[in-house]
Ligand binder design. Structure first.
Ligand code: HEC
Ligand code: HEC
Ligand code: HEC
Length: 195
């Protein structure tokens, strides 16, 4: 029993150590300039004409990791208003609903917010190919996420990185029932469309 607990703790610490490596090295410069981002050719005449990331991104709500922008806040505060559809008949579906994923061992429970995701994505981006739409029906593990499956398809790639453990594991187990009850009360049951 003690041995089991010990090895799980070790696993968690190991995950945190591995995942924090890129953050330590990236922390020095907030936004790399185009000439040294390793993507653009520094000799290109476009350098000096194209807008620098720091100029565009520093005006948006700040975040501590990834590209340092809190994109959910940027939409909520009306600072950006990305176009939702090209064809007028496309239905934009936003769902104010949180799902609790509880198979998290000694870590806090994961709260998955549908609203924040459906501001950016359609239901079909996730259901039924990557996630079965039934709570508890997906055999998700942290290892599979780290290998780029489930949440790891986007987090660590186009959404905040996996080192931010507590942004997903955000519900302490002893508060779970209370938070679930409060969430149910606050949620609107209808799928809305965005104006
Ligand atoms: C970013 C991915 C993603 C998007 C987009 C998404 N979902 Fe989900 N959905 C999930 C995940 C993850 C779960 C939880 C699955 C689990 O518990 O194993 C879930 C669960 C569900 C459930 C089951 C809830 C329950 O309590 O059992 C329903 C129903 C659902 N989604 C419908 C929708 C609808 C409708 C939309 C669009 C308005 C949508 N989803 C958009 C990822 C997504
Ligand atoms: C993008 C969201 C996300 C992030 C970030 C995240 N996790 Fe998870 N984690 C999950 C989900 C989802 C599960 C599976 C829960 C379920 O199926 O009920 C999980 C499961 C786990 C488990 C349970 C055992 C296992 O292996 O699956 C542990 C332990 C864990 N995570 C640790 C961590 C640690 C440590 C970090 C930070 C280094 C972290 N997680 C970051 C979403 C995340
Ligand atoms: C298809 C892509 C995709 C998948 C799959 C996905 N996410 Fe996200 N997630 C996003 C994007 C995009 C954002 C908004 C940008 C950001 O915060 O980095 C986001 C934001 C979030 C947020 C922050 C919400 C806020 O209000 O700031 C949480 C928490 C989160 N995701 C958890 C999860 C968990 C847990 C899973 C897996 C069960 C998951 N996500 C799967 C794309 C995804």
């Amino acid at each position: 029993m003690l041995k089991m607990k010990f090895s799980r703790l070790f696993y968690i610490l190991f995950l945190m150590a591995v995942l924090s490596l890129p953050r330590v090295s990236g922390a020095a410069s907030k936004w790399k300039s185009l000439a040294d981002d390793g993507i653009h050719d520094p000799e290109s005449p476009a350098i000096g004409i194209l807008q620098e990331p720091a100029e565009a991104l520093s005006k948006l709500p700040q975040d501590t990791s990834g590209n340092r922008v809190n994109w959910v806040k940027a939409i909520d505060e009306g600072i950006i208003n990305p176009r939702t559809n090209i064809h007028p008949e496309t239905k934009v579906r936003i769902w104010d609903n949180d799902v609790f994923l509880e198979k998290t061992g000694e870590m806090p429970v994961v709260r998955f917010p549908h609203r924040a995701h459906t501001l950016w994505l359609d239901c079909k981006n996730c259901h039924e190919k990557y996630f079965i739409s039934k709570n508890g029906a997906n055999p998700i593990t942290m290892m599979k996420i780290l290998q780029g499956n489930y949440c790891g398809r986007c987090h660590g790639a186009v959404a905040f990185p996996l080192i931010e453990c507590l942004r997903c594991h955000s519900v302490p187990r002893q508060k779970l029932e209370q938070i679930k009850a409060e969430t149910r009360k606050a949620e609107s049951l209808k799928v809305q469309s965005r104006k």
